[in-house]
Design a protein around this ligand. Structure first.
Ligand SMILES: [Zn+2]
Length: 371
């Protein structure tokens, strides 16, 4: 191959390669590598490997020629070609430098999934070595964390818009089994007993931008209808999302559980004004100073002390009450309230004065309640 042909081929292949690299389209499987410091540095100068290989080729060719006889005309031809090769290499280098410069100026295209916040995201895991608290079930859907896009309880990103904010939230608009509901006209039956198998566990507290959430260590279960669900987290709403015969409560705690197959069961504890609640106080004591920063409590929490003595409950099938409003959630709403002091309620209302989704249509769903 003639040297100029070789360099031309090199030039073309580099241009093709260079334009692929410079493309905004991410490669289907391989993530686009962010320009390293080394690449950044070489972008400003001449990429050494290009000119080096071109020069080497020219040098090798010239050496081979010198070995044989070389006429004056041949020598002139060779020198001309060497010069052309050098010029071409220079042009390639310039073009490459330009491509790299453009790449550096563009925003980095990330190939990983959109920012859906998963339970295994950093805010779900303990951050410091001192805390070995792991969420009881790391693959659970995190009620308040599933939305890929910003949402809120009022304004443009409020509940009426949740379904339009993302295709993933379609159920918020179109679902027929949404929560919360006004619980009324339930049929009174002998419901399966709801048993709580809770014990002292490590916990961490996070302000996720929608509520205060407490992530619980493993080992807490509820058992109902022959099925066992592990407690993952609980969080607060003000006022209560659910109503009983049209009446709302000051606040509600949602204890989110998940079974081995991924089915969710949420226990709702309605809150009324009353005595200070020691267990809630331990949550408030560990409130993080910053949003999305998890605080690992130094003490354990025994949630069995939180559950009211009366175990009667209402039950119906509903959804998560935050985007993406996933359905198929078993709701267990305890009939007996728990209490929090006015000061304790005030502390939450300073952070979240209103974080309740409006009441959804019952749509002929069956509600059962303990006799
Ligand atoms: Zn909730």
């Amino acid at each position: 191959m003639r040297r100029s042909d070789f360099v031309l081929a090199l030039f073309v292949s580099l241009l093709i390669g260079g334009s692929v690299l410079a493309s905004d389209e991410p490669a289907p499987s391989k993530p686009i590598k962010q320009a390293s410091a080394k690449e950044e540095a070489s972008a400003s100068g001449t990429p050494s490997f290009i000119s080096a290989s071109a020069k080497e080729e020219a040098k090798a060719a010239s050496k081979a020629l010198r070995g044989g006889r070389e006429s004056k005309a041949e020598k002139a031809e060779r020198l001309k070609e060497e010069q052309a090769a050098a010029e071409l290499a220079e042009k390639v280098a310039e073009k490459m430098a330009l491509i790299r410069k453009e790449r550096a100026a563009r925003p980095v295209v990330r190939t990983y999934a959109p920012p859906i916040r998963r339970p295994d995201s950093p805010d779900f895991k303990p951050k410091t070595a001192t805390s070995a608290i792991k969420p009881a079930n790391s693959s659970v859907t995190d009620e308040a964390h599933m939305a890929a896009v910003h949402w809120s309880y009022e304004g443009e990103a409020g509940p009426e818009s949740w379904g339009k904010l993302s295709p993933a939230n379609a159920k918020c608009d179109l679902g027929e089994r949404q929560s919360p509901i006004d619980i009324r006209d339930g049929i009174r039956v002998d419901l399966d007993p709801l048993s709580f198998d809770y014990k002292a566990s490590q916990f961490s507290v996070i302000d996720n931008g929608h509520t205060i959430q407490v992530n619980m260590g493993a080992g807490n279960y509820i058992n109902v209808s022959g099925r066992s669900y592990g407690l993952v987290q609980f969080h607060f709403h003000k006022p209560s999302e659910e109503r009983i015969n049209g009446r709302g409560s000051e606040m509600v705690l949602h204890l989110v559980h998940r079974d081995g197959s991924g089915k969710l069961a949420v226990v709702a504890l309605l809150v009324e004004r009353g005595k200070a609640n020691a267990l809630i106080q331990s949550v408030w004591n560990n409130l993080p100073l910053e949003k999305n920063e998890s605080v690992n409590a130094l003490s354990n929490m025994d949630l069995s002390q939180l559950i009211p003595k009366g175990r009667d409950y209402y039950t119906y099938m509903g959804s998560l009450t935050t985007p993406p409003c996933t359905e198929g959630v078993l709701w267990l709403v305890m009939k007996e309230n728990i209490e929090m002091s006015p000061e304790q309620i005030f502390i939450f209302s300073r952070l979240y004065p209103m974080n309740a989704r409006p009441i959804q249509k019952q749509a002929g769903r069956l509600i059962k309640e303990s006799n």
